[in-house]
Design a protein around this ligand. Structure first.
Ligand code: ATP
Ligand code: MG
Length: 369
């Protein structure tokens, strides 16, 4: 797929800017705080309706304005699409495809696919489990847009159940409260099971691809393993059985949940385990080795999305090239070639060799222009 144009209106530090992409590789060069990452974030929002900087919509809208719009034309094998995302200060979003407003976000998701790689991704190795869950969810939204809907349903039930638990905390474990809690359990188990099974399936597909990239890049016999570790056992394959195991487990924890005032079982507490030679990656190896791992994950994401959607997604590289050593830079650049349209930010144009510069579009980013 190929992003032809991007039009930003009152987005972050951009007042109004139209950008035409004229090569498979675009290098965005500029000093700090000029709007390079903001531009990538706009593309990421069109792909996933999420920002991995976890920004709220009101932070995305240009200061002093109340509405922001990101518009793009995208060429796919199936034709050209026009995507529009409108953000409002009150948090209400709307999306339109080819000028037609889409009621469901999942009809908009999946049109543009992109993999983002920034220094924040190192948190996948070093940070807590919520970052890894979030990463996996963002990937799943692109692999099967209906997942966005499933996750939303789960989060809604979870919020309601937690609100009930909080409010019932004073009269914990009264039979009436336990009875009422059980009413939420069926819904939580049903939607939670869908989340768990999809996450597990995605990791099972991603893991061997990432392991192969990892072996390739590190050039060693270190073995990368990725495993989804659900809070409910996934030994059975049938969704009904998983759902039943979920219910059993959550009922066992009901009294504890009442006292703690929060839901203790479910995919919101699951873990994606990254190990190298069976040691948690966080404890294993140098910063460079952790970067190699993240690079392998990102290349695996690119490949998996391409396999599933049958077209190469975009690659958004935010300031990461400079952090890789020359051999890993080359591994990455070789993997991209001209196969994936790539937007790269940098503060130093000198970090690119002339062959790359000659085949790239170079845009200077300065104060939101
Ligand atoms: P670096 O090289 O440091 O990563 P960058 O070019 O990637 O810099 P960005 O993160 O894209 O920088 O943009 C930073 C600028 O955008 C900051 O000056 C920030 O204050 C500004 N900015 C962010 N959100 C808004 C907003 N809602 N309204 C106006 N300006 C904003
Ligand atoms: Mg930046």
């Amino acid at each position: 797929m190929y992003l032809k144009t991007l039009h930003l209106r009152q987005f972050r530090n951009y007042q109004e800017q139209k950008i035409e992409f004229t090569a498979a590789k675009t290098i965005l060069v500029g000093n700090n705080a000029q709007g390079k990452s903001n531009l990538l974030e706009a593309v990421e929002l069109l792909a996933t309706l999420r920002s991995h900087r976890m920004a709220r919509d009101r932070d995305l809208i240009k200061e002093g304005e109340s509405v922001s719009q990101i518009q793009a034309t995208l060429e796919r094998q199936t034709g050209i699409s026009d995507l529009t995302l409108t953000l409002r200060r009150n948090g209400r979003r709307s999306v339109a495809l080819n000028g037609e407003s889409m009621r469901r976000q999942m009809d908009f998701l999946g049109v543009l696919n992109a993999v983002q790689f920034s220094s924040l991704d190192l948190d996948l190795v070093r940070g807590g489990p919520d970052g890894r869950r979030n990463w996996l969810d963002t990937l799943l939204i692109q692999l099967e847009p209906i997942y966005a809907h499933i996750l939303q349903q789960y989060n809604q039930v979870l919020r309601q159940r937690n609100a009930f638990l909080k409010q019932a905390q004073d009269a914990a474990s009264s039979p009436k409260n336990l009875e009422q809690l059980a009413l939420w359990d069926a819904q939580l188990a049903a939607t939670g099971t869908k989340v768990i099974r999809r996450r597990d399936r995605a990791i099972q597909r991603l893991a061997p691809i990432a392991a192969a990239w990892h072996a390739n890049i590190s050039g060693s016999t270190e073995v990368l393993q990725i495993q989804y570790v659900p809070s409910v056992p996934l030994t059975q394959n049938q969704p009904e059985e998983v759902q039943l195991a979920f219910l059993t487990k959550i009922q066992q924890r009901a009294v504890a949940e009442m006292y703690r005032g929060t839901t203790l079982v479910g995919p919101h507490r699951d873990e994606v385990e990254l190990t190298i030679n069976q040691t948690p990656a966080r404890q294993y190896g140098s910063q460079g080795q952790q970067r190699t791992l993240v690079l392998a994950l990102k290349l695996a994401e690119l490949q998996l999305i391409e396999e599933v959607v049958k077209e190469p997604p975009l690659l958004l590289l935010d300031d990461v090239l400079a952090e890789l050593d020359p051999s890993r830079q080359n591994q990455l650049l070789d993997a991209i070639q001209d196969r994936f349209q790539t937007l790269i930010t940098t503060t130093h144009i000198s970090s690119f060799d002339s062959q790359w510069l000659n085949s790239s579009q170079v845009l200077l980013v300065n104060a939101g222009k």
